[in-house]
Design a protein around this ligand. Sequence first.
Ligand SMILES: Nc1nc2c(ncn2[C@@H]2O[C@H](COP(=O)(O)OP(=O)(O)OP(=O)(O)O)[C@@H](O)[C@H]2O)c(=O)[nH]1
Ligand SMILES: [Mg+2]
Length: 253
Amino acid sequence: MGIFDKLAGMFRVRKEEVNILVVGLNNSGKSTIVNHFKHPEEKSTVTVPTVGFSVEKFQNQGVSFTAFDMSGAGRYRSLWEHHFKSCHAIVFVIDSSDRMRLVVVKDELDILTHHPDIAHRKIPILFFANKMDCPDALSSVKIAAALGLEKIRDKPWHISSSNALTGEGLQDGVQWLVFEKQSMNAGRKRANTLLFGFIGLLGLALYPIVVDPMINTEKYKKIQSKNRAGVNQEEIQPGNMKVWSDPFDRKRD
Ligand SMILES: Nc1nc2c(ncn2[C@@H]2O[C@H](COP(=O)(O)OP(=O)(O)OP(=O)(O)O)[C@@H](O)[C@H]2O)c(=O)[nH]1
Ligand SMILES: [Mg+2]
């Protein structure tokens, strides 16, 4: 690949790729949500409990998503943390009609937000208060209060009520996620521009002192020898060193 191809590659607008980790208790509707976004030809017609996890790819609003659809069954929940490091966003699905297990949801959320691979990252978390069509479903506001979401202050989060069977509320949630990722990228680009600007200015300031003497060695050698010519060489021989000031003001012979 030639230098121009490399430069063209650097300046080409790269397609955004986002890894999302889809977690939540079993039967909350994670796989049904992921299935909704898949290409019609790739959609599965039957919903079965996920074993371990499955990796699904889909496109939405010009963004390529790779979804790690995790099983929510107790014996597989320990697998979630293996994907914390590599994910760019988390989708946390809650069955709004499963009031009994809301406390388990809160425990799992606390474990996730306190995990070392998540705790110090400004990673966006999208909550789906799913199964809003069920008659005993709690509202997204009540779920947010029950899970103490207002305490998550160091990460952007959003909660959407959804019905994964009809797709209601799903697009709103993903739209928020895309917006959040894009504004994060814009912030990072601004910071990079500032950094490169600063480095450029520093380079300009240091050029005459550091770079120029390295390039124009002959010019600086001439200046050096000219300066030396103005100094009496005898005076700078160690044996002939003169004491210019005497702190005790003694007379010298
Ligand atoms: N009424 C209703 N049922 C839903 C909704 N979303 C999913 N379901 C049903 O809930 C059941 C479980 O859905 P899954 O998508 O398999 O749930 P999951 O979270 O992936 O479960 P695991 O893979 O076991 O962790 C299925 O029978 C779905 O049809 C919803 O919004 N409303
Ligand atoms: Mg599943």
